[in-house]
Design a protein around this ligand. Structure first.
Ligand SMILES: *Cc1c(COP(=O)(O)O)cnc(C)c1O
Length: 221
């Protein structure tokens, strides 16, 4: 019951055009089933084998998003059914995803992860690395991936001004890149930012996909 209530509280706050990824990592199938019965269809996982196990046992109309750090040797577990990979942080990873996707004849949607937080532990391209990767143009030869936008995580801080600045910097960068490289590609439209403690700020800064876990499912062990 608690999950349904918390899910509805979050949904009530999000405007049209913003989608909710319910981050179910480390939570059991029963928790996902409760959210599913309440109407939720997009779930996020951060471990390849966990996503695969859940995919195999849960309803097939669930849209599975991979939101964590993806190791190249784990890509094959998720490629057949992942709907969106949020955490592409190198050209190497993108080309490995492309390679595995080609094997099963899929075109896999991906988001580029940008490093916007002050903490050094968070992954992602710097803006310059991302510009360089896109200017290089080699990504255009990868026919089994589709770039659909960007993802970022703000610093874990109480300082809302800093969080706002970080989200706005990503939003501006997204528009810069969209205008340079994707003007004719409607699919490049997603800006994945915002978690349990900062999704309101992310929505205000232009997020189209929020990734909310503990606020819906409770704390993870
Ligand atoms: C775990 C995780 C989330 C969800 O975090 P909560 O604080 O539980 O909402 C969102 N995005 C990423 C990348 C995560 O790893």
């Amino acid at each position: 019951m608690a999950i349904t209530t918390h899910l509805q509280e979050v949904l009530a706050e999000i405007p049209q055009g913003v989608k909710l990824v319910a981050v179910s990592k480390f939570h059991p199938n029963e928790a996902i089933e409760e959210a599913y019965r309440a109407g939720q269809r997009i779930f996020g996982e951060s471990r390849a084998q966990e996503l695969k196990a859940k995919y195999e046992t849960l309803p097939k109309d669930i849209e599975w998003h991979f939101i964590g750090t993806l190791q190249t040797n784990k890509i094959k577990y998720i490629i057949p059914y992942v709907a969106l990979i949020h955490g592409i942080d190198s050209f190497h990873l993108l080309s490995e995803v492309n390679k595995q996707a080609a094997k099963v004849n899929r075109k896999v949607k991906c988001l580029l992860q940008l490093h916007i937080a002050q903490e050094e532990t968070k992954f992602g391209f710097t803006f310059d690395e991302c510009r360089e990767m896109l200017n290089n143009g080699e990504w255009k030869t990868l026919n089994n991936i589709e770039l659909c936008g960007m993802m970022g995580m703000a610093s874990y801080t109480e300082n809302e001004e800093q969080i706002e600045l970080e989200f706005c910097s990503l939003s501006n960068f997204f528009h810069e890149i969209k205008n340079l490289h994707f003007t004719d590609q409607d699919a490049f439209c997603e800006l994945s930012m915002g978690m349990s403690h900062d999704y309101r700020l992310a929505i205000a800064a232009g997020s189209t996909l929020i990734r909310v876990g503990s606020k819906i499912f409770g704390e993870r062990d």
